[in-house]
Design a protein around this ligand. Structure first.
Ligand SMILES: [Zn+2]
Length: 122
């Protein structure tokens, strides 16, 4: 096996994203290749450093915009599933309540959902 292949896949190895057979091949190679073992150490260190970074929660506006984009995309691909959009809309209301920017997002989503429904029914 070539070092190029192992080093291309070392990140997947660190993140446990390799299939069992690929994982086995990487381990076999690492056992006899100091260069790739050094690469593995660097990847593990990088992974550990990233893991220490605090995870930032997305803002309600970003969440709302993402869900809206997702709902629009889902509608484009599955026009029959229009109920999913209103389902997530009511969940959004329940999750955030009528406060500030979140309320603006909710109003926007309600309008957007109404637009979807109107388009769908016509
Ligand atoms: Zn190697």
């Amino acid at each position: 096996m070539k070092c190029d292949w192992v080093q291309d896949n070392i990140v997947f190895y660190v993140y446990n994203e390799l299939e069992d057979d690929a994982r086995y091949e990487v381990e076999q190679h690492l056992a006899r290749c100091p260069a790739c073992t050094a690469e593995l150490k660097a990847a593990r260190k990088f992974h550990a450093t990233l893991s220490q970074a605090p995870v930032t929660e997305p803002s309600p506006n970003l969440l709302a915009a993402s869900r809206m984009a997702f709902a629009g995309s889902a509608r484009d691909h599955h026009p029959g599933r229009i109920l999913a959009a209103s389902d997530f809309r009511s969940r959004q209301l329940a999750a955030t309540g009528p406060h500030g920017p979140a309320m603006v997002a909710v109003i926007f989503i309600v309008g957007f959902g109404g637009g979807i429904a109107a388009t769908y029914n016509s």
